[in-house]
Design a protein around this ligand. Sequence first.
Ligand SMILES: [Fe+2]
Ligand SMILES: [Fe+2]
Length: 382
Amino acid sequence: MVESATNPPPAVFDAWIDPLPDDADDALAIHVKHQTLLRAYQARYVVLPSETPTGSILDHFARHYDEDRLQRLGALKPGLEAELIAPLQAAARAASGDGDVLAYVERLLPELRAAAGDAFLEALVEAPQREHHYRNFLLQSSADLLAEASASALGIIGEFGPPQSALFRILIDEFGFGSHDRKHSVLYRATMRSFGLVDEYNHYSRLFDTNTLVLHNAIHGLFQNPRNLFQQVGFLLFAETAYQRSTLFHQRHLNRFHPQADARYFAEHAHIDLHHTRMVVEEVVTPLVARFGPEIGREIITGAELTRAVFARAGAGQLALVAAFDAAPSAAFGLGDHGGPAVTPGARVADAAARVQIGAIGSVSAGDFAHFPAGAFGRVAA
Ligand SMILES: [Fe+2]
Ligand SMILES: [Fe+2]
């Protein structure tokens, strides 16, 4: 992507895609493919910088929404989805059982609501550097949450009967019922600011790790393709139910360790997502299955199981980083330089003493980073 030195784009328009070195390992190649798919999906969003930018806003728009750029990304999208998203869908479909979605709902809701805790948050209780890990959790989650529910908004247009109106009622809750201060993404911004993070959409997109990109792209792969309507419903079924529990754990964590932080985002979800689950089950899943039968039951379960898999992967990745930082002798905590070349643990970095920044957690030497778990991602400090 060409960036003008005299008129650099504001962060919201960041369209950066890392170059792939000739000797890149598979993990870095996968990362860059996901990053490309992220940019393809993001190109569908209307974004504006919160501060007046340098130069003309129309010039920034013309560059960001340039038809040639959009066409290039659009042409890459089907191949990237086939390579990166379809296998996740196939694995989830294999876990969809007999397609009896009403029996699945009967099992799923009590299972998710009985969750005793969150392994990542439990690890932080014992971690002296918990604030840095939590800041990274917020940064990684911002990929989706700073435009929360915009993915699902893409699934709402069209004409598909009473379930459409139920989904629309959920959507307007996500958008604060038209009151900007109550919009969920705006509540999330406040939590980010509590931890000293910049709350601008895309500000940290170059620090998103591979698991974050997988989660973002799996959700967008569902919602940016109308053929996945029933899997979209499965996403909402799982996400609204899991969220009412996980947000409660986050609210308690913040109350205990960061009582000054703005926790309204989590408090709001622990409450409202109880209603959203009920609406999805009663007003969307049940009538759709009554109309179209078990064929779509399997699709809904597939969407839910896909969501379970990508949530679990993101959680396990963050947990693994807590242990990896604990074990790294060179660890230095804090959000540092993040503009350098992308690296994965399998990459060859000539200088073993070079610093590698990992999300908002901190940096380690390239030598230590080579022992980080598969899936870790960092940038060599410039
Ligand atoms: Fe929400
Ligand atoms: Fe919700």
